[in-house]
Ligand binder design. Structure first.
Ligand SMILES: [Zn+2]
Length: 264
């Protein structure tokens, strides 16, 4: 095989592989967010969720939206996991920007599935899908690289090394940083689930637009903190682990709030 055609093949394989890895907190991140939310549910919400999910926990249902990426009939859900935002967007411009984005994205779809959950007449299968998506999308909304830039596919095209392993910025935030902590999702929850009262109140008072913007602000810091081809190791973990943990905790506290509001 010629060198150029080999290059092409590698490139093609990379693109085939990409969708399975792209656009999601890894398994742990979603489960941590789900497990934290579980600690703050109202009685009513807990009962309503049990009717929909049976014995499946919020933590375990959180990964469904990634697992079904292997089933073509769910391809329509792929754009739901993220929203691309332009650079230098001010908070005052965000609502306007989002209201003009008519296509499927995390913002439009989160609002839509929350409405479905509030409508009691909807049949159980649809309610189940809606609940699973709410749990998952609230997680993704707090993985900062899901409100990132279009031109690099949310950091998927920012190539980096993580302790010598070839990777990209999206994956560093999806998986590498979380996995580096060497905790299971329940251990992780125990380790970080200490919001102060003022954090708890202010986080739960945020609108969905506020959540998108906060995530976007973290994205801008993250982009500012790396250059393509950087070799990330201990220092990156040291600099960013607090941000990571806060995003996970915030996501969980807020997931509880939207579920409690939905099942009043
Ligand atoms: Zn996702």
């Amino acid at each position: 095989m010629k060198k150029s055609s080999l290059k092409l093949l590698v490139l093609m394989l990379a693109f085939i592989y990409l969708p399975f890895n792209a656009f999601s907190w890894g398994m742990l991140g979603h489960r941590i967010t789900g497990e934290i939310a579980d600690q703050y549910l109202s009685k009513k919400a807990r009962k309503a969720i049990k009717e929909i999910l049976g014995n499946e926990s919020i933590a375990m249902t959180s990964n469904w939206a990634d697992f079904i990426k292997s089933d073509k009939s769910y391809d329509y859900l792929s754009p739901w996991h993220y929203v691309n935002l332009p650079e230098n967007l001010a908070r005052t411009d965000l609502n306007n920007f989002l209201s003009h984005e008519k296509g499927d994205n995390i913002y439009n779809k989160l609002i839509e599935v929350l409405e479905v959950l509030k409508t009691e007449k909807v049949d159980m299968e649809k309610r189940k899908l809606a609940l699973r998506m709410v749990v998952h999308l609230m997680g993704d909304l707090h993985q900062p690289m899901h409100t990132a830039r279009k031109e690099d596919l949310g950091g998927n095209r920012v190539n980096l090394f993580w302790f010598g392993e070839k990777t990209n910025l999206h994956r560093v935030w999806d998986e590498h940083l979380i996995e580096y902590q060497q905790l299971s999702y329940s251990e992780y929850t125990k380790a970080i689930n200490f919001p102060t009262l003022s954090q708890f109140v202010s986080w739960q008072n945020a609108s969905i637009e506020d959540m998108v913007y906060e995530s976007y602000e973290v994205v801008n810091q993250i982009y500012g903190g790396v250059n393509a081809e950087d070799k990330l190791t201990y220092k990156y973990n040291f600099d960013w682990v607090q941000t990571l943990n806060q995003q996970l905790l915030k996501g969980g506290v807020r997931l509880a709030k939207v579920l409690n509001d939905t099942f009043k």
